[in-house]
Design a protein around this ligand. Sequence first.
Ligand SMILES: NC(=O)C1=CN([C@@H]2O[C@H](COP(=O)(O)OP(=O)(O)OC[C@H]3O[C@@H](n4cnc5c(N)ncnc54)[C@H](O)[C@@H]3O)[C@@H](O)[C@H]2O)[C@@H](O)CC1
Ligand SMILES: [K+]
Length: 504
Amino acid sequence: MGALYSVAEIRQAEQAAAAQLPPGALMQRAGQAAARIALDLLGGAPARPVLVLAGPGNNGGDAFEVAANLAQAGVDVAIVHIACEGEPSAETAHALGRARASTATFADSIPDDGQWSLIVDGLFGIGLARPLEGAARAMVEAVNAVDCTVLALDVPSGLDADSGAVLGPDGVAVIATHTVTFIGDKPGLHTYAGRDYAGEVMVARLGIDEAMMPGASIHLNEPPMFELAFVPRLHASHKGSFGDVAVVGGAHGMAGAPILAARAALFSGAGRVYVASVDHGPAYDNVQPELMFRDAATHNFAGSTVVAGPGMGDSATAIRILAKLLDGESPLVLDADAINLVAASPDLQSRLSARHAPSILTPHPLEAARLLGVTAGVVQGDRLEAAREIAARFDAFVVLKGSGTVIAMPDGEAAINPTGNPGLASAGTGDVLAGLCGSLLAQGWPARDAALAAVWMHGQAADRLVAQGVGPIGLTAGELPAAIRTVLNRMVAQRPKRGGQPQS
Ligand SMILES: NC(=O)C1=CN([C@@H]2O[C@H](COP(=O)(O)OP(=O)(O)OC[C@H]3O[C@@H](n4cnc5c(N)ncnc54)[C@H](O)[C@@H]3O)[C@@H](O)[C@H]2O)[C@@H](O)CC1
Ligand SMILES: [K+]
């Protein structure tokens, strides 16, 4: 499964492998793998030269190997090299020698009028230690100004491979169309700025056996992580077989948010779905008359899975209801205002930590920041760490939303979601996600699988809609539930037959 490795883990694997190989072998393999990909991207004899940018460290060494291999394949290659202040590593010096001995030409800077068929970014990889400045920054800005295919070696230069943050308050990084990453995939290529900067990610393992890799605690959130939880339905089932969901929210002026969550629960198969309003809410939904409307102050939540937060507001009634729900035994999804109320109240926080039934929290970065008492910038600077910290602190399953949503479990396991698109950056999509999480919980799914599958399906549904021309611009949250239903039924139909019982 798509394991993601920290820089420290990659270094560990690299050292273990290098000890058993001739000097420079890994760099040569990296250069060969990347050159093969470059040739594929060029798709035949290119009309224009390839520009290879080589930095001062071993990422630059990889770049020299790529340049030498491309030159050997008959490609016209120009190299711009930022030399290191001290001595390069032996393997980088050797790679530089190979590039010098090839037909590749060296230039001091990127020519202003240069036109390229491909740019290879070998400036900085996992050794990036500070924000880019001076010549390196100027080079990155020049690359980003050109409309051209860009292949990043290992990591787009300027991007932190662990966090997906561009280093520096006003930092720059190479915006690549493709990234070939070495030895193992890295979390920073898939979350925060990573998805925009890395483009399509390919992994070149450099012949390092899976067995030599450290056990990963972070994975890409892909169907093998959760697909066994999709079970076909028995003919002999009834609506009581698929659980009750109650969505609590809908303060004055925000009646739509719980309805979106409730529709998502309905379309993803929950048996009975209630909207419990903290204010005097609507009596029915004329688009979805299957939904039942109740007063949250008097509704009996026993036996339901509760999704609390969408449009819940911060009234005394909302706080009182939330305290009661936290003390209860219902599986709970906390979103939006419910998270803000918890963040503002040490009392609600201790009730949350003390729960026995599962809790899933679905904060966006600012809500996560409030929970942790930090800024949204700090959360975004290390999304994995923030999600894990919330999960540990509240013994809860955490879905930290944003590009490359992070899902963190109370036991330290974490995943980064690869589906979804900017169409989801619109009002109400979070309500839909919360309703979907609640629906899967109500149908008996373990919280871990519910969180992983809900996030994946939510993104996948948005991707399907965009493929049909519905968005990303103008995609509305209300369009998601029906698309989620299609994704869910396909997942059930395609579920691998590996044991497990149909749900009764
Ligand atoms: N060591 C190995 O066995 C292998 C290394 N590989 C490559 O080597 C890379 C790691 O090499 P390094 O550890 O040398 O690291 P990098 O090549 O990523 O960069 C480190 C160098 O850049 C300098 N530096 C860091 N940040 C800077 C900044 N903002 N401005 C200016 N200079 C800066 C450092 O002082 C150092 O000289 C990997 O990303 C990968 O591409 C691959 O060849 C696979 C095998
Ligand atoms: K790079």
